[in-house]
Design a protein around this ligand. Structure first.
Ligand code: MN3
Length: 200
């Protein structure tokens, strides 16, 4: 199976002023494309040839770092583009997901606070996550390309906190970027879709 770079589900300028055209051009066309190309190169032959992306991610974790890093980043970015939309964000969260957030984390505001703290607290490159673990909504952070799949959980929402995701628009102000992501960019309907799949 060969993996392909998906098109962005919106125009490059659609997320401005919170995420610029220039950031999306570099992040999608250069960074994400490199992950896809490398994953294809490393799965052309060998034990992962023909496996699904999730099988490659989970199967290579802790065993084949170059493959894991690229395949996991392909997985993370596939969803990351869909976790955003123009005029997104805010606290209007579909009912079943909102209930899971309140049950697991106390309130939507509390979840957002923890999500920002996770992203800010991730030293160096990584991701902040809202995930489903043991049936409960939790906030997590992971380094580099790691994601909830390799930590016994399923992702509901993820925010890329690698500098390539915000440095053009926010310079060193990672907290402002994560707050803008939550307040203006999140596609909660897609998070709800991921939540429904995670719950099975
Ligand atoms: Mn990235």
């Amino acid at each position: 199976m060969s993996f392909t770079l998906p098109q962005l589900p919106y125009a490059y300028e659609a997320l401005q002023p919170y995420m610029s055209k220039e950031t999306l051009e570099y992040h999608h066309d250069k960074h994400h494309k490199a992950y896809v190309d490398k994953t294809n190169e490393l799965t052309a032959t060998g034990e992962f040839a023909g496996k699904s992306l999730e099988e490659v991610v989970v199967g290579s974790f802790g065993k084949n770092a170059p493959l894991f890093n690229n395949a996991a980043q392909h997985y993370n970015h596939l969803h990351f583009w869909k976790w955003m939309k123009p005029n997104g964000g805010g606290s209007k969260i579909p009912g079943a997901l909102e209930k899971a957030i309140v049950d697991g984390l106390g309130s939507v505001d509390k979840m957002k606070e923890e999500f920002v703290a996770a992203g800010v607290g991730q030293f160096g490159s990584g991701w902040a996550w809202l995930a489903l673990k043991d049936g409960k909504a939790v906030v997590m952070k992971t380094p580099n390309g790691e994601n909830p799949l390799v930590h016994g959980a399923k992702p509901i929402l993820g925010c890329d906190v690698w500098e390539h995701s915000y440095y053009i628009d926010y310079r060193n102000r990672r907290p402002d970027y994560i707050k803008a992501f939550l307040d203006h960019l999140v596609n909660w309907e897609y998070a709800e879709e991921m939540f429904a799949k995670a719950r099975g």
